[in-house]
Design a protein around this ligand. Structure first.
Ligand SMILES: CC(C)(COP(=O)(O)OP(=O)(O)OC[C@H]1O[C@@H](n2cnc3c(N)ncnc32)[C@H](O)[C@@H]1OP(=O)(O)O)[C@@H](O)C(=O)NCCC(=O)NCCS
Length: 180
């Protein structure tokens, strides 16, 4: 079996993303999604806006190499419903298919709820994200500010019923200016 040949990476450490992880995350994300990724509609919601730092996580292997990352961003639906936009999620190629993606997803979703969020939106493969409860029907009344492959536009209720009546255009969350 192919999986028997995979080298066991040993224990991985899961921690909050640190500023110094940025370069390695960009490299891994570029390798996973290609150079065109920055032209995708979701990137328009991330421009000039930092991710939710308490909802960005990395995994390090025993040699402290970054092998997985997940990021989440604040968004606002129709200027009134706050939500989390999940992504990108990437796992180092040699460690794919071993359950680390799932582990990071469940961790990130649990943390989102613990931090008071009630809904998550993402654009990704439904074949992968359906297993976590993401559904196409929950965002039939939502729009993104650009083209998106409809079937990949998905939502999850962290609180039952939190997508009921939610409709309209997804925009960037308003960034609170720091008081001087
Ligand atoms: C997609 C990705 C994040 C998944 O992480 P992973 O650690 O490899 O996956 P996991 O081991 O947690 O999950 C494996 C399960 O998901 C399935 N799976 C993995 N990638 C999938 C995909 N793109 N589509 C459908 N199913 C997928 C596997 O078949 C496996 O199913 P099983 O549990 O029934 O055996 C990772 O492979 C990655 O970074 N890929 C590059 C980016 C990418 O292709 N993204 C596409 C999603 S937007």
């Amino acid at each position: 079996m192919a999986r028997d040949l995979v080298k066991d990476p040993g224990k991985l450490r899961l921690l909050k993303e640190r500023p110094r992880d940025d370069e390695a995350i960009e490299e891994m994300t570029a390798a996973a999604f290609g150079p065109d990724r920055v032209h995708k509609t979701v990137y328009r919601l991330r421009e000039d806006l930092p991710p939710l730092k308490d909802l960005c996580f990395v995994c390090l292997d025993s040699k402290n190499r970054l092998v997985a990352s997940i990021r989440n961003w604040p968004i606002l639906i129709n200027e009134k419903w706050p939500a989390v936009m999940l992504g990108p999620l990437s796992i180092s190629p040699e460690l794919r298919g071993l359950g680390y993606g799932k582990a990071l997803m469940w961790h990130s979703m649990a943390q989102s709820r613990m931090q008071g969020h009630s809904r998550i939106i993402l654009v990704g493969d439904p074949e992968y994200y359906n297993q976590f409860g993401f559904r196409r029907d929950l965002c039939l009344n939502l729009q993104l500010p650009g083209w998106v492959e409809e079937r990949r536009f998905l939502a999850l209720e962290l609180v039952a019923g939190s997508m009921i009546g939610v409709h309209g255009m997804i925009g960037k969350a308003k960034v609170r200016k720091k008081r001087r």
